[in-house]
Design a binder for this molecule. Structure first.
Ligand code: DGY
Length: 333
C-alpha cells in the first residue's frame, strides 16, 4: 500500500476514505508543526495532502518517494512549482468549489468595513453608547457605487456578479500576463477593463482576488493607496503579500483611504500588529472559504486529486486539478 501524509486535521470521514486506498499518517491532533513536515515526508511517503504548508526543494529532497502533493486550497503559493517540476512531483489544488463562498465573504467585508460594523460593535460592547447622533459611524454606500475588481478570474467574477444587485458600476484590472476576460464575460458582468491606476482613482470599493506570485507582491502599496479616494474601501480576500500591510496601516491612519477589510496578511498568522491600532479596518483570520459545505467540497476535491494522482480510484491517473500536468507519468527525479 502507498503511504501518504495528511499534514493538517481534516474531516475524519475524509481520512477514513483515504485509508481505503493508502497507509495514512494523519496529523489529526494538529501536533505536527510545519517545520517537521520534512521529517515526516522522509518517512517514505508517496503523497501528501496539505493546507498551505510550504513545500519547497529541501522538503522534496528529503522525500525521495513523494510524487504528489494535493493542496486543500485554490491558492498554491506555498508550493515552489519550479522545485516540483525539477523533481517531477505533481501539485494539485481545489479551484472553483469555493468561488461563491469566497465572493460572499468578500462582500461581507466590503459591507462591514464602509458601514463600520466591527468598529461600532466594539463601541457598543464597550458600553460607550450613550445617545443616537446623526454623525456617529458615518460610512459610505455600496449601492450605486463603483466596484473595482483586481484579478477578474473565476473567483473575481463572482463578486462582480453580485454587483448587479447593488446597481454598481464594475471596473476591473488583471495582473501581469493576463489582460481582459472574454468579451462575452465583460458584457455579462457589465464590466469595463481599465488600467490599474485608473481603477484605483475611480473606485469606491476595491476587492483583490488575485493569486500571490512574485510579480503580484505589493500590488497595493504606498503609491497605489495614494491614488485612491479618501472615501474608498480596500478589501483583500486574496493572499498576504499582495498588499503592503505597513503601507496600509499608514494610509488608514492618515485617512488616505476610509476603510479596509482584510482576511489575509503578510506573514500570517503573525500579522503586522500595527493593524490593531487602526479602528477603521475589519480583520478576520483567513476564513474566506470557511463554510461547512465549501470546506467539505475542498477536502473531498483534495482527496479526489490525491487518490487519482497516485493511480487509485475511479479516476486513476486523471486527477481533476493538476497544476503541472506535464509531470504526470514521469519518473520522480
Ligand atoms: C484558498 O483556497 O486559497 C483559500 O484562501 C483557503 O481558504
Amino acid at each position: 500500500m502507498q503511504k501518504i501524509l495528511v499534514a493538517r486535521p481534516i474531516f475524519p470521514d475524509v481520512v477514513e476514505w483515504l485509508k481505503q486506498y493508502f497507509d495514512v499518517d494523519a496529523n489529526q491532533g494538529d501536533l505536527l508543526p510545519t517545520e517537521e513536515l520534512t521529517r515526516h515526508f522522509t518517512d517514505n511517503k508517496d503523497g501528501a495532502l496539505t493546507a498551505g504548508e510550504p513545500i519547497n526543494a529541501s522538503v522534496l529532497a528529503a522525500a525521495p518517494r513523494l510524487r504528489v502533493v494535493s493542496n486543500m486550497a485554490v491558492g498554491y503559493n506555498n508550493f515552489d512549482m519550479a522545485a516540483f517540476n525539477a523533481a517531477n512531483v505533481l501539485g494539485t489544488n481545489t479551484p472553483d468549489v469555493l468561488n461563491e463562498t469566497t465572493a460572499d465573504f468578500g462582500w461581507a467585508l466590503m459591507m462591514a468595513a464602509p458601514r463600520r460594523i466591527a468598529e461600532s460593535e466594539h463601541y457598543l460592547r464597550a458600553g460607550l453608547w450613550q445617545k443616537w447622533s446623526y454623525d456617529a459611524f458615518i460610512g459610505s454606500d455600496l449601492y450605486g457605487s463603483t466596484l473595482g475588481v483586481i484579478g477578474m478570474g473565476r473567483i473575481g467574477q463572482a463578486p462582480a456578479r453580485r454587483a448587479k444587485g447593488f446597481n454598481m458600476q464594475v471596473i476591473y484590472h488583471n495582473y501581469h500576463n493576463r489582460t481582459r476576460v472574454l468579451p462575452e464575460i465583460e458584457a455579462k458582468l457589465n464590466a469595463e477593463y481599465v488600467s490599474k491606476q485608473d481603477l484605483l482613482r475611480r473606485v469606491d470599493h476595491v476587492v483583490l482576488v488575485l493569486p500571490y506570485t512574485q510579480e503580484n507582491h505589493h500590488t497595493i502599496g504606498t503609491v497605489e493607496l495614494a491614488l485612491m479616494k479618501p472615501t474608498a474601501t480596500l478589501t483583500d480576500i486574496a493572499r498576504g503579500g499582495i498588499v503592503d500591510d505597513a503601507a496600509l496601516v499608514e494610509a488608514l491612519h492618515a485617512k488616505q483611504i476610509a476603510t479596509a477589510g482584510l482576511d489575509v496578511f503578510e506573514g500570517e498568522p503573525n500579522f503586522n500588529r500595527d493593524l490593531l491600532t487602526v479602528p477603521n479596518v475589519v480583520l478576520t483570520p483567513h476564513i474566506v472559504s470557511a463554510t461547512e459545505a465549501t470546506r467539505r467540497a475542498m477536502a473531498n476535491l483534495a482527496a479526489d486529486n490525491l487518490i487519482a494522482a497516485l493511480g487509485e480510484g475511479p479516476r486513476a491517473g486523471r486527477p481533476p486539478n493538476p497544476i503541472n500536468p506535464d509531470v504526470i507519468g514521469k519518473a520522480r527525479s
